[in-house]
Ligand binder design. Structure first.
Ligand code: ZN
Length: 325
């Protein structure tokens, strides 16, 4: 197209700059998503098994970002420590009782009244270490690092991308938001169970939990699956509505809550939604690596869940718990 006059040219130049500004602003992007995923699923993390250096190093990485993006601590530390039992010898663990930690922080809400209520968003960071006998590996006969790039470095990547984006908001959402990364998920949702039975706030104040576990392998149909969308009022409609224009195809289930840490909340009568992008042949094998991650897809998912989080945290309605079959 030939631009006939200066006015016209100026208009197009300003549109161009506006577009650049918008793109620069929308910070959830594939590069950052990949950066976190690659770091957490690198061989040096040795599969992030509870009680190992790799698990502690992953927690330290998450803690650093919680601090950098301005999360407040409950008490003195971002760590909520707990112990779990692992058979001695598995994953070179030296004792049957090993110490690990959830990483937790929060953003205070901006509304005088609603800030007393909390939305929790979380993703587990632990995985199967070197796998082998006694682990949940699908290839127990080989001892090799299970990097867990999808399970669940991807969920933690999304969590950190969402937090970074939220840190840029000058007016925070109305309700307070707890960010948490769980350990001990693979051994039976142990970190989330511990958190739910040692909540840093009143249980009644915790309104909705959003959990991300395996969100890094978005398929060609761009299906983002979710269970538990009907555990709070109008949840299913909200999830569908936010799918419009998201470049995703949300597959929304009112119930079907099972699968990951959000179940610990649901069982304690707290509304809970679990998000994932589906299974694959590398699930719980040493081949779950970062080069198979759909980084554009991960960024799209993180953006969608960010929108979900903001919408719920600002929702003027009461967020009562609804039991699903
Ligand atoms: Zn797993």
């Amino acid at each position: 197209m030939f631009l006939r006059n200066l006015k016209c040219k100026l208009f197009f130049i300003s549109v161009l700059f506006y577009t650049i500004a918008i793109n620069a602003q929308s910070g959830i992007n594939a590069n950052t998503f990949y950066k976190h995923d690659k770091y957490l699923s690198a061989d040096k993390m040795e599969g992030r098994f509870p009680g190992t250096k790799g698990n502690n190093d992953a927690a330290a990485y998450i803690k650093r970002h919680f601090k950098k993006y301005g999360l407040k601590k409950f008490g003195k530390s971002y760590y909520q420590s707990f112990t779990l039992l692992v058979k001695e010898g598995i994953n070179k663990v030296k004792s049957d009782s090993v110490a690990t930690q959830n990483v937790v922080g929060y953003i205070e809400g901006s509304d005088e009244k609603l800030k007393k209520e909390f939305i929790v968003i979380g993703a587990h960071y632990d995985h199967w270490g070197w796998g082998g006998k006694g682990s949940g590996s699908k290839k127990k006969e080989v001892e090799a690092i299970h990097n867990g790039a999808d399970d669940n470095a991807s969920g933690v990547s999304a969590l950190l991308c969402i937090l970074e984006e939220l840190s840029k908001m000058s007016l925070k959402p109305k309700r307070s938001i707890i960010f948490i990364s769980f350990s001990g998920e693979e051994e039976g949702l142990l970190g989330s169970k511990y958190f739910v039975s040692h909540l840093p706030v009143e249980k009644d104040a915790v309104k909705v939990m959003l959990n991300m576990d395996m969100v890094g392998r978005l398929n060609q149909e761009k299906q983002l699956y979710m269970g538990g969308a009907g555990t709070f009022p109008n949840g299913v409609a909200l999830m569908k509505k936010l799918g419009e224009g998201s470049d995703l195809n949300p597959v929304v289930h009112a119930g079907e809550v099972g699968g990951s840490d959000h179940v610990s909340f649901y069982k304690s009568s707290i509304a809970a939604v679990g998000f994932h992008t589906g299974g694959h042949p590398e699930y719980h094998t040493p081949e779950d690596d970062s080069d198979l991650i759909n980084t554009q897809g991960g960024a799209l998912v993180a953006q969608y869940i960010y929108n979900v989080l903001i919408a719920i945290a600002n929702n003027p309605q009461q967020l009562n718990f609804i039991i699903q079959d």
